[in-house]
Design a protein around this ligand. Structure first.
Ligand code: UT7
Length: 319
């Protein structure tokens, strides 16, 4: 039994907010700085009524339509998010209600920017074990809700969005290999340290990051986990048709591709359009490349990402 992607969908809320728009909104930055340091040109910001589940709903509908599968047929729904609608119930259950599915197993995965890869690996294992046949796997984030707009080193980097895939049991591959790791000793380099207790938010409720430490960590582990995943599947890195990395920073993406010996024309880059959308970034980039015809059936695709935790992972699949 294999677990194969049957359909992909994505959703970005509202209209793009350019780097110059941020300057006009009072952020002490420039388009030149953001573009040179990160490759980001624009991001999408959720409207006040948007939530992770409302963005997930749009992406999921598109993925289900692309797969030709009805929501009622799903027997597993996993949402990777760090910005759930509410503390509980899970965003996956809220999405399930919005989709009108009753009965599927539904739960969230909290692994921040590598959450979609973790969720995809979990869903793939359920399908290959034979317990489930049709899974919806979503990365959905409203990261703008966590941003301190006075902190120019972080607020220019992130955006909102959702991406989804439908994974189904199939006779042919499929997910070929997955690898995931974490190093909790590094939890302080990227975090939102606040907590809710006694009816109040305690501590600092905004995203805080040691950008240079995250950058160094990311470049080191992304090449390693890509090699690990390819070795597990017996697929040489040179046989990969597309690398679809977490879309955080073009310099991290380019450095990883260089370490792997992959030319940039085999790398899908969408960070310029939507900035870092955390768990949504990999499925959003996959959706863009499927819809514009770059990613085609039968090709070998390596998805990978790294983020807070620090947690990182990769999934190698035949599309
Ligand atoms: O999912 C993982 C999420 N995290 C990441 O991917 C982040 C990884 N790290 C990075 O992408 C980079 O470290 C950043 C893009 C965040 C920062 O780039 P950097 O080259 O490491 O810059 P820096 O933080 O060392 O700051 C360099 C300068 C500083 O000025 P001084 O002290 O040299 O005068 C900052 O104050 O750039 C200044 N700066 C800015 N200037 C204009 C920081 N943010 C901005 C800004 N606009 N938005």
């Amino acid at each position: 039994m294999h677990a194969r992607i049957a359909g992909v969908g994505g959703h970005l809320p509202g209209t793009p907010v350019s780097n110059d728009d941020l300057v006009r909104r009072g952020v002490d930055t420039t388009d030149a700085w953001i573009a040179a340091r990160t490759g980001i040109r624009a991001r999408h910001l959720a409207a006040p009524g948007d939530t992770a589940s409302s963005l997930a709903l749009e992406a999921s509908r598109r993925a289900l339509e692309a797969a030709g599968i009805k929501a009622a047929e799903l027997d597993l729904i996993i949402v990777a998010t760090t910005t759930p609608d509410v503390i509980f119930p899970s965003t996956a259950c809220l999405l399930q209600g919005r989709l009108g599915n009753v009965g599927a197993m539904a739960f969230d995965v909290q692994a921040v920017c590598s959450g979609f890869l973790t969720a995809l690996a979990i869903a793939g294992n359920f399908i290959r074990a034979g317990s489930h046949r049709k899974a919806l796997v979503v990365g959905a984030e409203v990261f703008s809700r966590l941003l301190d707009w006075q902190d120019r080193a972080t607020c220019v980097l992130f955006g909102d969005g959702a991406g989804a895939v439908v994974l189904e049991a199939a006779d042919s591959p499929g997910i070929l290999a997955a690898a995931a790791h974490a190093d909790g000793s590094q939890h302080g380099i990227l975090c939102v340290p606040g907590q809710i207790s006694g009816g109040r938010v305690g501590g600092d409720p905004f995203l805080r990051m040691d950008g240079r430490a995250v950058f160094r960590f990311a470049v080191r582990v992304l090449a390693d986990v890509a090699n690990e995943c390819c070795a597990a599947a017996g697929v040489p890195v040179s046989a990969i048709d597309w690398l679809i990395p977490h879309q955080a920073n073009i310099r991290i993406i380019a450095a990883t591709a260089e370490k792997l010996g992959l030319p940039m024309d085999k790398v899908v880059v969408t960070v310029d359009h939507h900035g870092n959308t955390s768990a949504a970034s990999v499925p959003l980039a996959l959706d863009a490349a499927v819809r514009d015809g770059r990613v085609r059936r039968g090709q070998k695709i390596l998805l990978e990402g790294v983020g807070a935790g620090v947690a990182w992972g990769a999934v190698l699949l035949q599309f």
